[in-house]
Design a binder for this molecule. Structure first.
Ligand code: GDP
Length: 459
């Protein structure tokens, strides 16, 4: 390691100790406070000073992560692995003998939104990959655009685009023999094969887990970016919009999902909740770079009013918005070619940002996060979700493993952890605690997130 690397590492160690001195002394002071008049003001001050210290620590660990040529190493690893994976996809989709190649048939007809349909196609494609089949996509009469998928994207194959044998439905026993298998929706499969999400192919596991913080998301980004290769005409449309909205990086992508989602699948979040994390991202960026960055925000939403509200209330930020997209996203215009174009454009621009603030309960936001992974060697940290942790709809288990014992505080609804326990993760409360079920004890409850690590599934 270089001197700068070691120096920064020691600085981080001492700064962490210093945060603990600071917090302990402030807590002592609060405990002994006799004068309650200024209490709120003092708590605000402590929280501001605490944040400043933590932001410096976050910026320092980032700088450590790219120092000593680690940034270049990570980039090379990621680019090389992406080439291997994309080559494999191209080979699989362009077999030498298309007539006799076994196939997966996938329908774009799932009756849900664009993000949900794309995740359906991703799951078909993942199945095709692991069963060594070519995927044929049916998108005629697509609810967003009757011209189908290829109105926006390159065909999934140059040479092999048609079904030419009898199709059978998915069945646990026929998958080896059947020439063509028509995929059901993921939720209809009772015994899901272990190659389905959140598994990554074992042939890429070792290099991948070394450079990336959430291997499955990198893998899903590779799949999605193959499926979403714009055709040349639509690429021109994209370029025109990028120019028209004056899109530039650095940029934080904010996605505010409202309308039909609220109350059914997600809670309402005001614009202030999103902007709090946009500010935090830029505060840290300024520390990383030792200079002030222009605070650009790309804002996408399905509720028109949000755009005006954000621009009026946050004058220190420069907003990029593709105005008509929100209008066509509204419920009465949603399943139209204009709406398809709008959501594809919005997801694309969100994915081109440096950071995302959104709700992972929305597939729009999860797609943007997936696509972002192909632009950075490790973009697993480049998001703040206001609700769920990342997931893939219909996924197999998502386990974390305890790396420290935990004696539960029962009053807080906590569960016991023993080092090595597997916990089925339900969600992160984003307050230092996650919720899940300990598979050893079957207990359901809260546990400190920092005492666990993600388990990486592979096949
Ligand atoms: P989810 O319902 O948010 O999980 O995602 P889906 O993609 O399955 O369905 C939501 C649909 O609403 C999208 O596909 C779009 O048609 C529309 N929509 C939601 N948010 C946006 C947005 O920010 N921009 C645009 N253009 N459309 C959106």
């Amino acid at each position: 390691p270089s001197y700068e690397f070691e120096e920064l590492r020691r600085k981080i160690f001492h700064d962490v100790k210093d945060v603990s001195y600071y917090i302990n002394s402030q807590l002592d002071w609060l405990k002994n406070a006799k004068n309650f008049d200024n209490l709120n003001k003092n708590i605000d001050l402590i929280s501001q000073q605490f944040k400043e210290r933590i932001n410096v620590l976050i910026a320092s660990t980032y700088n450590l992560s790219i120092s000593n040529h680690l940034g270049e190493w990570r980039r090379t690893e990621s680019e090389n692995l992406a080439k291997v994976v994309q080559k494999r996809f191209t080979e699989l989709q362009n077999p030498e003998d298309c007539n006799n190649k076994k196939k997966i048939i996938c329908d774009m007809g799932k009756s849900c939104g664009y993000g949900c349909q794309m995740h359906h196609i991703m799951y078909c494609f993942i199945t095709a990959y692991f069963t060594n089949r070519t995927m044929i996509l049916n998108s005629d009469g697509w609810r967003y655009n009757e011209k189908g998928y290829e109105a926006y994207f390159m065909p999934l194959s140059e040479t092999c685009r048609k079904s030419n044998a009898q199709q059978v439905g998915w069945n646990e026993h026929n998958d080896e023999k059947a020439p063509e298998i028509k995929m059901p929706i993921i939720d209809a499969i009772v015994n899901k094969p272990s190659f389905l999400p959140l598994s990554v192919p074992k042939e890429i596991l070792e290099p991948l887990k070394k450079f990336h913080g959430d291997p499955f998301v990198w893998w899903s980004g590779q799949v999605l970016s193959y499926l979403m290769r714009f055709n040349s005409e639509f690429q021109k449309t994209i370029n025109q919009h990028t120019e028209a909205i004056q899109f530039k990086t650095p940029c934080v992508g904010v996605h505010v999902r409202r309308t039909d989602k609220i109350g059914s699948e997600a809670a309402y979040h005001g614009i202030d909740e999103y902007m709090k994390y946009v500010k935090e991202f830029y505060d840290i960026e300024d520390l990383k770079n030792s200079k002030k960055t222009t605070r650009n925000v790309f804002l996408a939403t399905d509720e028109v009013g949000v755009l005006k509200e954000a621009k009026e209330n946050y004058k220190d930020y420069k907003f990029f918005v593709d105005e008509t997209n929100a209008k066509t996203a509204s419920l009465n215009q949603r399943y139209s070619p204009e709406s398809a174009q709008g959501v594809i454009l919005d997801i694309y621009h969100l994915s081109q940002c440096d950071y995302l603030v959104c709700t992972f309960s929305s597939q729009v936001c999860r797609m943007a996060y997936e696509l972002m992974q192909v632009r950075f060697p490790d973009a697993s940290w480049r998001f703040k979700s206001l609700d769920d942790v990342y997931y893939f709809g219909g996924q197999n288990k998502h386990d974390v493993m305890a790396i420290y014992d935990h004696e539960p505080n029962r009053e807080n609804g906590e569960i016991e952890l023993r080092k090595g326990d597997l916990i089925g993760l339900a969600g992160n409360h984003w307050n230092g605690f996650s919720k899940g079920q300990n598979r050893r004890t079957n207990e359901i409850g809260l546990f400190p997130t920092f005492k666990t690590m993600n388990v990486i599934d592979y096949y």
